[in-house]
Design a protein around this ligand. Sequence first.
Ligand code: ADP
Ligand code: MG
Length: 168
Amino acid sequence: MKSLPYFCRGEVIRGFGRGSKELGIPTANFSDSVVDNLPADISTGIYYGWACVGNGDVHKMVMSIGWNPYYKNTKKSMETHVIHTFKEDFYGEVLSVVMVGYIRPERSYDSLEALIAAINNDIEEAKVNLELAEHLKLREDNFFTSISSTGLPTTTTASTSQTIMNGH
Ligand code: ADP
Ligand code: MG
């Protein structure tokens, strides 16, 4: 995929209560402005990369891009599971991510156990792959280090902060 690595940031909105948190795998949903800017060559499926909430630490992440059932599968959703234990929810905060690599396409599972096992495999694959030097260096990217105390980039204004920062 030519658009990888892909940098984006935007507000965390409420999802549709599909119970990710109950499975132990909460997924932070991006606002429509981020989803609508996704390049056409970024297909649905599971990605790995780096993520940071507000101006917090950069953590490993896995992201699912899929068709959103709430909009009768006409609209995509981007859901990020940050591989870190947070003390509190962060709805309304700015999430910054860089999608680094693609793991697999989406698929349906026969059981909840099979789904959870697949996600845990994705998390393990993300953890291992992100240790490669070429991926580790993205963690230190200016994209993350130039975030102010408001969680917005210091080099752009708030009104542009939710637009795609790719190719910066
Ligand atoms: P929703 O349907 O609203 O997305 P989830 O059950 O998927 O609900 O939980 C997602 C929310 O959980 C996020 O928006 C965020 O506020 C919170 N959260 C806490 N820890 C994490 C984490 N490690 N990764 C992603 N979201 C997290
Ligand atoms: Mg979610």
